[in-house]
Design a binder for this molecule. Structure first.
Ligand code: HEM
Length: 411
């Protein structure tokens, strides 16, 4: 497929600049208070857990940690314990994902993230063959070469920012390719548009993507769009009907994984115990990744809307009420893990970073492949860095999305 203007930018250097510009928009979002406010929310969540598994709150209180003038007073339940979070996410009959209609849905349109039951299952079953373990393992070499070239280029430049120069571009290029966009596409622009960070006032980007979607033969059969276009399933629709799904895939396939890759590098480079474990025990990598996801869950909240009178942790919850499930808090529930604030790759019980139930993260195997390839290459490269290298970081930060904002390495 050749992407139409304004998506085409065949020159690789210009595509790189485009990716960098997208990362700058994400950084500005993080810095404007929406993404980074209350950088240490874990104490607040722990205090809530001591009082109970679920709390009546407002969206503003949950999302920012404060109730101030001018904020939204939309009432919501804030689920903070592991048991309550798991229960809500596994019961789609009582807790509907249509809750996203007023948030993600407003930005990207109605995608399968907002659907329940059979309608949702139809999309998942078509996309399964692009996301299952075998399919993503087949892409391992592509992911590895992206990691190798990006990590490798740092040495020649005397260093760089591992978040900006490695984590973000690896996640974005991987998902853009899997969705089916060819090399030379301005994937930074596409991503910023997909998540609503770029105002497509004249509608040119949306129109270009629609044009691409109207040409099914242009998409590789094993790409995600290729699978959807060739499914022939009337419930999925054709061409432009796939626009919200494309935006969802670019968004979910970039934001949480780039943040988790950044946190993983942070853990390895700032905790000598983690580095030692990985070097001494080849089989420890999956446990390190799982623990990284539990310890600093990249995506804090997922939403549900209650469809019937029910209760959560003994609290009566009414039909139509909004429920914010706090995965970062559930992942530090001290009734499930001892010393949950500690990074311990030997833990056996998994966390909820990838959700659970019918909407369990579709990209979890891909995220594991990205993490493992990055770990393997980071270990190999780190041993070639001059011993006096320095890592400059403020640590893992943020409230809704958590990750190191910078991880600057100097040789
Ligand atoms: C460490 C990285 C990742 C984390 C922490 C993460 C987290 C999550 C969570 C918590 C959900 C559940 C949302 C809900 O229940 O409402 C989810 C769903 C989803 N994730 Fe991921 N994700 C990651 C990587 C990826 C990747 C690489 C992709 C690739 C496209 C992806 C695609 C999706 C999609 C499409 C859904 C919606 C599934 C559905 O509604 O059925 N994710 N993810």
């Amino acid at each position: 497929m050749t992407a139409p203007a304004p998506l085409l930018e065949a020159n690789p250097a210009a595509v790189e600049r485009d990716i960098l510009a997208a990362y700058e928009s994400v950084s500005s979002f993080d810095a404007d208070g929406t993404g980074a406010e209350a950088d240490a929310p874990h104490e607040e969540f722990a205090a809530l857990r001591r009082l109970g598994g679920v709390h009546r709150s407002t969206l503003q209180q949950v999302l920012t940690g404060a109730n101030g003038p001018g904020g939204t007073s939309i009432s919501t339940w804030h689920v903070v314990s592991f048991a309550a979070a798991e229960r809500v996410l596994r019961d789609e009959s009582t807790f509907s994902s249509s809750a996203y209609d007023d948030s993600m849905g407003r930005v990207i349109g109605r995608s399968f993230l907002q659907m329940d039951h059979q309608e949702h299952r139809t999309w998942r079953s078509i996309l399964h063959s692009g996301f299952n373990q075998q399919a993503v393992l087949a892409r391992r070499d592509r992911v590895r070469s992206a990691v190798v070239s990006r990590l490798g280029s740092l040495a020649g430049r005397g260093g760089g920012d591992l978040v900006r120069d490695v984590a973000f571009p690896v996640a974005l290029t991987t998902i853009a390719e899997l969705v089916g966009f060819p090399p030379g596409t301005r994937i930074g622009t596409l991503y910023a548009w997909a998540v609503g960070l770029l105002d497509d006032a004249d509608g040119k980007i949306g129109t270009s993507v629609r044009e691409c979607l109207e040409t099914p033969s242009a998409w590789a059969p094993d790409s995600l769009v290729g699978l959807l276009l060739r499914s022939g399933n009337p419930a999925v629709g054709a061409g432009p009907d796939l626009l919200p799904a494309v935006r969802l895939l670019l968004s979910t396939g970039t934001e949480p994984p780039f943040r988790s890759l950044a946190t993983l590098m942070y853990a390895v480079l700032t905790d000598r115990e983690v580095l030692r474990l990985l070097r001494e025990d080849d089989s420890s990598a999956p446990g390190v990744v799982q623990e990284c996801w539990r310890w600093e869950c990249p995506l804090t909240w997922v939403l549900r809307r209650c469809t019937a009178e029910t209760e959560i942790s003994g609290q009566p919850v009414g039909r139509g009420e909004l429920v914010c499930v706090n995965l970062a808090s559930a992942n530090r529930d001290e009734t499930r893990w001892s010393r949950p604030a500690r990074f311990d790759a030997g833990r056996e019980l998994p966390g909820l970073a990838m959700g659970t139930g019918p909407h369990t993260c579709l990209g979890r195997h891909l995220a594991m492949v990205e993490s493992r390839e990055l770990l393997a290459e980071l270990l190999a490269t780190e041993s070639t860095w001059p011993p006096g290298y320095t890592v400059n970081t403020d640590g893992v930060a943020g409230r809704g999305f958590r990750s190191p904002r910078r991880l600057r390495i100097r040789f």
